[in-house]
Design a protein around this ligand. Sequence first.
Ligand code: FMN
Length: 166
Amino acid sequence: MKSTGDTIQLYKEIMGSYPTGVTIVTTADPQGEPVGLTVNSFTSVSIDPLLVLWCLDHRSGSFQAFQRSQGFAVHVLAAEQEAACWAFAGKETDRFSKIDWRWSEHQLPIISGSFGLLQCKTVQKVEAGDHTIFIGEVVDLDRDEKKDPMLYYRRNVGAIPPDWKA
Ligand SMILES: Cc1cc2nc3c(=O)[nH]c(=O)nc-3n(C[C@H](O)[C@H](O)[C@H](O)COP(=O)(O)O)c2cc1C
């Protein structure tokens, strides 16, 4: 289908109303500096082997860093990480100076306080329109049972309603 102004707007409205979780995906750039951005295109792909994917806009400032990297870390954000969610979706370049983070044994930047963490080795990159799909094999994973994941809907973020926690 040809992308016209009207269809792009309708597409954005439909996709923006599709509720998701929120992640921050990080890696190291060729200079060894941490880079990362807020991502909700993340999804699971395969159980055997454990594969995940996410989509990166070609206009992203971190595009070259992810293209050149060997892997990435997916942080499934906790409900209370709203500040990090917006900081990693904005124009700021010194995002890591405002949060608590460390290097992992896989040389990936790890942000503290997330609900879930999946460290991945990049196994495939697929060009798809104005995005690249990164497919990663999970090499390490962790979860904080005391936290709840963040939900995203129409530029709002929030916690899981209490009556969903059966
Ligand atoms: C909830 C949410 C989800 C997002 N998901 C994606 C995504 O899946 N892929 C993407 O490339 N950008 C996504 N973005 C936009 C980037 O986070 C944003 O453009 C960011 O500033 C890019 O940073 P960079 O240019 O430093 O890489 C999302 C933003 C928000 C708020």
